[in-house]
Design a protein around this ligand. Sequence first.
Ligand SMILES: [Zn+2]
Length: 271
Amino acid sequence: MEHDIEALTGGALASIWSWVQGKIPAGVEVFDAHAHIGSDIDGRTMTGDGMRERMEAAGVKKSIVFPLNDPNARDDYSGPNDVVWNAYEEYPSSFVPFFRLNPHLDYDREFGRCVERGFMGLKLHPVSQKFELDDPRVVRLFGMAAAIDLPVLIHAGFAMQRIVEPLLPTVEAHSGLRLILGHSAMVEVLSAAHAFEGHQNLLFETSVVQAKDLYELCSSIDPSRIVYGSDIPYGDLPSTLHAILAAAEAAGVPEEALPGILSENIRRWFP
Ligand SMILES: [Zn+2]
């Protein structure tokens, strides 16, 4: 499928895109902490090549990539995880591969296979795979990730009912567990910022968050805890970059904090 970055960066949006480019501090290699490769049951698709094209067009250097809610996930997600791994092997300097699991199913073998292979993190989606964050099978999985220092990205955005309350016991039990809250826990952004303030290994990822919630996030947590994400193919690089930079400016985040949000905060985990 052809993409059209000009539609997002040209015409009426040209001045917005040039504002974004002017805001990105010189020398910052933008890192996207949330993107998908593969197919979704809703019909969306993204290939490794398609991702690379978008990154090059928007000046993004690195992306964390993982499967969608894939119709071919079958039991263990091994097929979609392989698609992500193949993209990583093709572009090892551009992609940071995460694997995805379904906590309802027997996940131990696929967990072991992916860790052995060299995947750098785990993605979990409580809405698509229909589980709560305090489900014992999920809590066990968090413990397995903590034990081997494997970062975990959790969908914590639209359609979520409970985030802070079911997650807090895990975060407190495993202070070393590196967690990325996808979409910044937007439905509970203020209580999440408050509850997780002292947990330095928990990051807030900014893709596809309403403007007011992004503003509240930028106003209520140290910018060293915020990481930029696009959620390609649901978001796109130009408009998600605009959203976080505009929210940061409106909230009075100092310019010196922007390299962290756009790159360095997440690059500490994946140098
Ligand atoms: Zn996503």
